[in-house]
Design a binder for this molecule. Structure first.
Ligand code: CO
Length: 144
């Protein structure tokens, strides 16, 4: 099952500037991480039971760089928790969602993630995040 919102991803041109701006809203980063495999540097800012994930590109031509070129700053994705990411991948694919990942892969904060094409959900990139407390976590590959 999914349905619990984990975080909202926002693409930004400069993470430091965005962090200063969101600090005015009362939000402070809990985690800042360089996810070099994805070409992004990101920060998670808890906001109640969900977080904002601010994403800055660190690689020309990377996914966030391409997003910023095409659409500018703003909403990049929404992420839902699931206790069984593999089962949800298959279920959503069977329901017509177009997966961007065939298998869960390592994401931020050491969690397994999988993405679905924005056309699957009315223009919004969807991320599934494995809920780590739920036990049957797939082994993430080693993070660089
Ligand atoms: Co995310």
């Amino acid at each position: 099952m999914i349905g619990v919102l984990d975080h909202v991803g926002i693409a930004v041109r400069r993470l430091d500037e965005a962090l200063a701006r969101y600090r005015i809203l009362g939000l402070a980063p809990e985690v800042i991480e360089d996810l070099s495999s994805e070409g992004v540097r990101l920060a998670f800012l808890p906001a109640g039971s969900v977080s904002l994930e601010l994403l800055e590109s660190t690689r020309e031509g990377g996914p966030v760089a391409r997003f910023l070129e095409g659409r500018g700053e703003g909403l990049h994705h929404v992420a839902f928790r699931t206790p069984d990411i593999r089962a949800e991948l298959r279920r959503l694919e069977a329901e017509g969602f177009e997966p961007l990942d065939r298998e869960p892969r390592p994401g931020a904060r050491g969690r397994s993630v999988a993405f679905f094409h924005p056309k699957s959900a009315h223009g919004v990139l969807i991320e599934l995040v494995h809920e780590p407390s739920s036990g049957a976590a797939p082994e993430p590959r080693t993070l660089k």
